[in-house]
Ligand binder design. Structure first.
Ligand code: PMT
Length: 404
């Protein structure tokens, strides 16, 4: 797996209870080979003493913009130039607001403004503060400028609330940093629509037809596309996953609902990626009441009709046709079947996915895929869906904007 070997990371620690986790984060970054220097805001120093970070990082901790002694050792402009990237963890609501506004009223905000290094934020705040439209707008502003947001996670919070706003665990931050490898903003200014998860077709008020898709692959792609600068619409079937940062999510249940959302998103998107496991058939009639086990009806309880093919419908557009990428979930003759779908559905690219492999496919965190287009095929090394998603986004962006 790739690492952070010799990466120079400027870790900004802002005020919040999650600041204590950043001490561990220093160690985790160093474990992966990074050289870490720490900048603390005044608020952060109320939670953890600079000495802790100095001892862990092995470097002096920077706290003041106007400290002549610190400036003589390594001035703030020098520090801004030193960094390969700046990681702010925790990134409080206040820090996000000040960075979004372009302020330079303390050392951390000044460094962020003065540095050309990529900026990565791990937000941490109360769930209501995270959900607040002002914070959401700040998050979008920062992402539109190229910042990467890792998290926040959802769960119980120090204040007793439950919801999104917890800083990711240090190991998750490091894993995601490595997985993303701070992608270039290959999709800046582009719109991407992605379908993810299963669809669900009701048989009666209590039963349905569906499949084992967890949505992990599609959500990872949505997250990677957002980190690459795209405006992302994620059309999600019924799954239990948090919405990736900076992504607009549209929840659907049935195939018909997914098709309607896809058609709407396709009107304005540049790229359409169909990672959803769409149920191919639905009951001809949805029973109004629970179907009873009565004698005589067991032979023809289920009459099915074909569902529309969403990705083929989008690919068949003659007006406002985006670059269209499908997936092919196969259990045998993977490449041949995927190539057949690429041609039949008139796609620009297809991601062949061997779902018979217990190490990948449905509901796993890992996957192994081969990317096929009209000029050839390229297998990607098996890896985490988050890692593969970042690679897929780079390949899709390259193909979409050089050949389309
Ligand atoms: O969600 P996870 O648990 O992370 O699992 C990921 C995955 C295995 C679901 C994903 O990687 C994947 O392979 N998705 C495609 C699943 C699928 O339905 O494949 P398919 O070969 O049946 O369909 C081919 C393509 O047509 C797909 O892009 C599919 O989204 C699309 N399709 C299929 C049927 C239909 N009615 N409408 C469609 O748009």
């Amino acid at each position: 797996m790739s690492s952070l070997a010799d990466k120079r990371i400027l870790l900004g620690v802002s005020g919040g209870i999650a600041a204590y986790k950043s001490a561990d984060l220093v160690r985790r970054l160093q474990d992966r080979g990074a050289n870490v220097r720490v900048v603390m805001t005044a608020g952060a120093q109320e939670f953890v003493r600079p000495l802790t970070f100095q001892a862990l990082s092995g470097n002096p901790v920077h706290t003041d913009l106007l400290d002549p002694a610190a400036e003589a050792a390594m001035g703030h402009i020098e520090l801004a130039k030193w960094a390969d990237f700046i990681l702010v963890a925790p990134a409080s609501a206040s820090v996000m607001a000040r960075l979004a506004a372009g302020m330079a009223d303390d050392l951390l905000s000044t460094l962020c403004l003065a540095s050309e290094a990529p900026l990565v934020l791990a937000p941490a705040m109360n769930q209501a503060m995270w959900r607040h439209p002002a914070t959401q707008a700040n998050a979008r502003t920062l992402q539109a400028r190229g910042a990467t947001l890792l998290g926040p996670a959802a769960g119980s919070q120090a204040c007793g609330d439950v919801g999104p706003g917890r800083m990711l665990e240090p190991l998750d931050i490091v894993d995601q940093l490595i997985a993303t490898q701070l992608p270039a903003q290959v999709l800046a200014g582009k719109k991407v629509a992605i379908t993810a998860g299963p669809t669900r077709e009701a048989l009666d008020p209590v039963r349905y037809l569906s499949n084992h898709s967890s949505g992990k692959m599609g959500f990872a792609i949505a997250s990677a596309a957002a980190r690459a600068g795209a405006e992302v619409t994620l059309i999600a079937g019924p799954v239990r996953l948090d919405t990736p940062a900076g992504v607009h999510r549209v929840d659907v249940v049935s195939t018909t609902e997914m098709l309607a959302a896809a058609e709407k998103a396709a009107d304005s998107c540049d790229i359409f990626i169909s990672a959803a496991a769409v149920v191919d058939f639905r009951p001809a009639v949805v029973a109004e009441q629970k179907i009873k086990k009565q004698d005589g009806n067991d032979a023809d309880v289920l009459k099915l009709v074909k569902n529309p093919d969403i990705v083929a419908t989008i690919a068949a557009r003659t007006h406002k046709r985006p670059f269209v990428v499908g997936f092919a979930a196969e259990t045998e003759n993977v490449i041949a079947h995927a190539q057949g779908k690429l041609a039949r559905k008139q796609l620009d690219m297809i991601v062949a996915n061997d779902v018979s492999d217990p190490e990948g496919g449905f509901n796993s965190d890992r996957n192994q895929v081969v990317v096929i287009d009209h000029s050839g095929q390229q297998p990607l090394p098996a890896g985490l869906k988050t890692e593969l998603a970042a690679q897929l986004i780079e390949m899709i962006a390259k193909q979409a904007f050089t050949s389309h």
